[in-house]
Design a protein around this ligand. Sequence first.
Ligand code: AHR
Length: 331
Amino acid sequence: MNKATLFFRIAFLVLTLASCSENDTGKKKEMTRNATNLVVVGFSQVGAESDWRRANTMSMKETFTEEKGYGLLFRDAQQKQSNQIVAIREFIQKKVDYIVLAPVTEQGWDEVLRDAKAAGIPVIVVDRMIQTSDDELYTCWVGSDFRKEGDTAVLWMEKTFRDKETLTIAHMQGSLGSSAQIGRTEGLHAGASRNAGWKIVLSDTGDFTQVRGKEVMERFLSEFREIDVLYCENDNMAFGAMQAMENAHIQYGSNGGVTIISFDATHAGLEATRAGKISFNVECNPLHGPRVEKIIRQMLNGETPNKISYVDEIAFDAATITQEAIDRRGY
Ligand code: AHR
């Protein structure tokens, strides 16, 4: 560690110990700016529901370090919007320089964002989107095109099952009201409405977690066993569903039985794809730390970031995925 970093770290620690709670690493803007020059970022994260989410948190924590000139206040909302609203109010009260919000759901942000705006704190929305009555309530958004992800999966289904007259589909949804769920669900529904033989016979939310994925799949199997496709809105729910199918002696995968389509394409998800357990996996990239930092740098330089920035994403087919693609995957 060089001398300047050591100085910043000691000064920052002294300041934060004075009044911050357990995992605070930030302090009032005037104090941090004057004493340590750190840019204080308050990050309200959804939770730790999936491998994707943990990789996203890691990306933010690795980016917003004291060594790079940041003080990060990280708050885990445990998948509850009410916790995110409390966190944002805390950030406002602590006068952070920037608020970064990874929202649980799209709706219900107007009031707290009005307070952030009144306090003059820019809000960067990341990952899922928000719907507000006034677009000026947040500075910008960066994340995935979830509808496009759904459309990509559906195009693969149309190609793969073009000779099948009927297709029974079990639909495991992510957290209801989140952009990731809304976009991927819209994609499937659009596919089902233009393919007369497609029947969505089961549908429920597994909340993006492995535990719920297993529970929901168990219930699905107790209601209907002739499933052709499991359209599963993330890898962790797919892992849970696989456990349920193994326990019930239901075959799945590219060699026959239930065809699993998944989203995220995490390292573990890609290994399951290479093994033929997941037949098609659509990428959702969680490495947003550097993207958010770029936005903050732009603003610090007096530039205006793009209001909306989509991340480029690809998809992986079990028939063509390479070991090299898995080895390259950083999350
Ligand atoms: O918003 C992105 C989604 O949230 C990911 O697909 C899912 O795994 C995560 O929990």
